[in-house]
Design a protein around this ligand. Structure first.
Ligand code: GLC
Ligand code: CA
Length: 542
C-alpha cells in the first residue's frame, strides 16, 4: 500500500525555549537545536515540530507573535533558521513550523495600526464590537479564563481575544487579512520547511455574535481555501490542533479528497482525567479501560477515512509518566516503556515531546511564585477569588499546569543539566543527575532505546502504518491489548496499565509468536500474568 511520507514518519516536538541554550543567556535557541541534531538523528525521528520561534513579547511564550517573518532575537536570526533547515535536511529531518493564525500579539504592527482608528486599513484585521449596555458585547469567555473582550476607550469598542488580552483574534472574514497570512505561509514554504502545525485552528471559523468559537460554520471552507493558496502546492505535512474534534469532524479535516489538513491532534483521551463538563483543573482519576475504548474508537472510526496523530505529551500537557504512569524511582522507566509500547503500535503519526524519550517527569511547585505559565496563574487568581483553598489550586497546577512540560531538557550531569551554563528561565528538575540523555544513551536498556526501537519497528513493518486494528479481550480491565493485522502478518500488543501484578487470558496462543519488544528482562514465560507495567508486542506471519 502506498503511503505519504508523513504517514510513516515519527515527529519530535521541540519547545525551543527549553531545549538547548547555545549562548548562555538561560534561554534555548536555534543554534542549540543545531548542536543537538545528531542526537535527534540517532533517535531516528523524521521531522521536528518547533513551538514558535518568531518575534514575540512572550506573554504566552511565543504563541503571541509580533512578526511572523522574523525570528525572535532570543532564539537567533533568520540566518540561524536557514542553517537549521539545511543542517536538519542533511540528516533527512524536516522542520515543521508552528502556525499561530487564530490571533497575533497585540504588539504586532497590524494591531498597533488597528488601534489607531476605525478607518485604519488594519482595523478590520481584528474582531471589534460596540459595547452593549455599557459592558462587553456578550459573555464569551477566554480559554485562559475571564472575558474574551477587552475595551479600548478611545475607539469605544471591544476587541475579541479567545486567549490572553495580549492575543487579539484575527478576523477571518477579511480578504486582505487572509491574503497577508497566505503570503506569510508561502514565505515559509519557499524556505523548504516540512510543514505546519496549526495552532487552535478550529477557532478560525468563529462567530462571536452567536458565541460560536470551535467548529464554526465556515471553518472547513477556510481551510480548503488556505490549502489551495498555500501548502496544498507542496509535499508537506499539516497537523491541526483541534480540541473539539470527534472522529466525524476529524474526517472532515483529514480526508485526503477534501484538501484540508494531513491530520489532527484530537484530545479525547487527554480529557479523561478531568471531571466531565468541567475544566482541566478539576481532577478525576483515569480509568485505563476507558482510555482503551477511546483509543480504539479513533483507530476504528478514522480507518481509511482520515488520519490521526498519536501523542501523550506536548508543551501544554503534564508529563505522561507522572500523569498515567508512575514517577517513583522504581517504576518511572518501566511505566514509561509501557506507555510508549501501548501507543506506538497504533495507526497514526506518533509525536514524541522533548524529554519524553528520557522519562522526564513533572516538576512540583509549592507556591504560585514558582509558576511562569499564564494559564495556571490566571486560573489561580480567578479561583482564589472564588474561595478555593490554596492547597487545592497548587495540587491542580502540579497535576495539570503547563510548566510541567517546559522545564529545561536534561542532557547530562553538568550544571543545569547541560542545558545552559547560566540560570535557566525555568529551573532544572532535581532528578537530572540520573535522568539525562547522556545516561540514557549509555544504558542499552533505557527508555531512550525503547523509543528508538519503536521508531525502527514502524519503519520495518508496514502493518503498523496500514494494518487494521482490533481490540483483544483479556478478561482484565487493567490489561489492555490490541492487534494490528494485514494479509501478511499480525501484531499483538499487551500491556499492564497498573502498578500491581495482573492476571489475564487471551483467546490467542501467543507463546510461539516472535517477540518484537518487551519491557522486562525475562521472556514473558507465563503468558497469563504480567508484572507491574509489563508490556510487550509479538508478531506472527499470516
Ligand atoms: C495552543 C497552544 C498553547 C497556546 C494557545 C494559544 O493551545 O498549544 O500553548 O497558549 O494555543 O495560542
Ligand atoms: Ca540562548
Amino acid at each position: 500500500m502506498s503511503s505519504k511520507w508523513w504517514q510513516k514518519a515519527v515527529i519530535y516536538q521541540i519547545y525551543p525555549r527549553s531545549f538547548q541554550d547555545s549562548n548562555n543567556d538561560g534561554i534555548g535557541d536555534l543554534q542549540g537545536i543545531i548542536q543537538r541534531l545528531d542526537y535527534l538523528a540517532f533517535l531516528g525521528v523524521d521531522a521536528l515540530w518547533l513551538s514558535p520561534v518568531y518575534s514575540s513579547p512572550n506573554d504566552d511564550n511565543g504563541y503571541d507573535i509580533s512578526d511572523y517573518q522574523a525570528i525572535g532575537p532570543e532564539y537567533g536570526t533568520m540566518a540561524d533558521m536557514d542553517c537549521l533547515i539545511k543542517e536538519a535536511e542533511s540528516r533527512k529531518i524536516k522542520i515543521i513550523m508552528d502556525l499561530v493564525v487564530n490571533h497575533t500579539s497585540d504588539e504586532h504592527i497590524w494591531f498597533q495600526e488597528a488601534l489607531k482608528s476605525k478607518d485604519n486599513p488594519y482595523h478590520d484585521f481584528y474582531v471589534w464590537r460596540k459595547p452593549v449596555a455599557g459592558g462587553p458585547p456578550n459573555g464569551l469567555k477566554s480559554n485562559f479564563g475571564g472575558s474574551s473582550w477587552t475595551y479600548v476607550p478611545h475607539l469605544d469598542e471591544y476587541y475579541l481575544h479567545l486567549h490572553s488580552k495580549k492575543q487579539p483574534d484575527l478576523n477571518w472574514e477579511n480578504p486582505k487579512m487572509k491574503q497577508a497570512i497566505w503570503d506569510m505561509m508561502n514565505f515559509w514554504l519557499e524556505k523548504g520547511i516540512g510543514g505546519f502545525r496549526l495552532d487552535v485552528i478550529d477557532l478560525i471559523g468563529k462567530e462571536p455574535d452567536h458565541e460560536i468559537t470551535q467548529n464554526g460554520p465556515k471553518l472547513h471552507d477556510l481551510l480548503q481555501e488556505m490549502n489551495h493558496k498555500t501548502f496544498g502546492n507542496y509535499d508537506v505535512v499539516t497537523v491541526g490542533e483541534t480540541w473539539g474534534a470527534t472522529p466525524e469532524i476529524a474526517e472532515l479535516y483529514s480526508s485526503p479528497d477534501r484538501d484540508e489538513l494531513s491530520m489532527v491532534f484530537q484530545f479525547e483521551h487527554i480529557n479523561l482525567d478531568k471531571q466531565p463538563g468541567k475544566r482541566k483543573w478539576d481532577l478525576k482519576e483515569l480509568n485505563p479501560y476507558e482510555l482503551h475504548e477511546v483509543f480504539s474508537k479513533w483507530q476504528i472510526k478514522l480507518d481509511q477515512k482520515g488520519w490521526n496523530s498519536l501523542f501523550w505529551n506536548n508543551h501544554d500537557l503534564p508529563r505522561i509518566i507522572s500523569r498515567w504512569g508512575d514517577d517513583s524511582d522504581e517504576y518511572r522507566e518501566i511505566s514509561g516503556k509501557m506507555l510508549a509500547i501501548y501507543l506506538h503500535f497504533m495507526k497514526g503519526t506518533p509525536y514524541i515531546y522533548q524529554g519524553e524519550e528520557l522519562g522526564m517527569i513533572n516538576y512540583p511547585v509549592k507556591e504560585i511564585q514558582e509558576v511562569d505559565d499564564l494559564e495556571s496563574i490566571q486560573m489561580y487568581n480567578e479561583r482564589l477569588k472564588q474561595g478555593y483553598p490554596i492547597d487545592d489550586l497548587i495540587t491542580s497546577i502540579n497535576a495539570k499546569g503547563r510548566d510541567n512540560a517546559r522545564h529545561p531538557m536534561q542532557w547530562d550531569t553538568q550544571l543545569n543539566a547541560g542545558f545552559s551554563a547560566e540560570k535557566p528561565w525555568l529551573p532544572v528538575h532535581s532528578n537530572y543527575r540520573t535522568v539525562n540523555a547522556a545516561a540514557a544513551l549509555a544504558d542499552e536498556n533505557s527508555l531512550f532505546y525503547t523509543y528508538k526501537q519503536l521508531i525502527t519497528l514502524r519503519k520495518q513493518f508496514d502493518v503498523i502504518t496500514n494494518g487494521e486494528y482490533q481490540i483483544v479481550e483479556t478478561n482484565n480491565p487493567l490489561v489492555l491489548a490490541y492487534q494490528r493485522f494485514d494479509d501478511e502478518e499480525e501484531l499483538t500488543v499487551v500491556v499492564n496499565f497498573s502498578k500491581t501484578v495482573q492476571k489475564y487470558k487471551v483467546a490467542q496462543t501467543l507463546a510461539e509468536h516472535e517477540i518484537l519488544i518487551h519491557n522486562c528482562p525475562e521472556r514473558p514465560e507465563q503468558w497469563h500474568q504480567l508484572a507491574p507495567y509489563e508490556a510487550y508486542a509479538v508478531r506472527r506471519s499470516n
